[in-house]
Design a protein. Structure first.
Length: 96
């Protein structure tokens, strides 16, 4: 069993979280944190020797497609949608 959560610990966590806790809220937080830490310590008692470590829930590795360069966009088709164009480029308002 872990050490009991102290008032100083609750006060410090409250400062870090920028919370102003009432006395009742501090007591409830102490109980909650103690329960959480007790639960975590119980998990440490579980025998995991035969469990294979995993880095991901699914066994799939890179399932992305190969990156292949293609020239599917013709400049004329792209510029056909432009309100204004000049010398194969879009004409936009000046920003200066």
């Amino acid at each position: 069993m872990l050490d009991k959560i102290t008032d100083e610990t609750i006060e410090y966590v409250g400062i870090l979280a920028k919370l102003e806790l009432s006395e009742e809220e501090r007591e409830q937080a102490k109980r909650d944190m103690t329960e959480m830490l007790d639960y975590i310590s119980k998990m440490g008692e579980i025998d995991t020797e035969s469990v294979v470590p995993m880095s991901h829930l699914f066994e799939e590795n890179n399932c992305f497609r190969e990156d292949e360069v293609t020239n599917t966009c013709a400049i004329e088709k792209i510029l056909a949608n432009a309100p204004k164009q000049k010398d194969g480029m879009f004409v936009v308002p000046s920003t200066f």
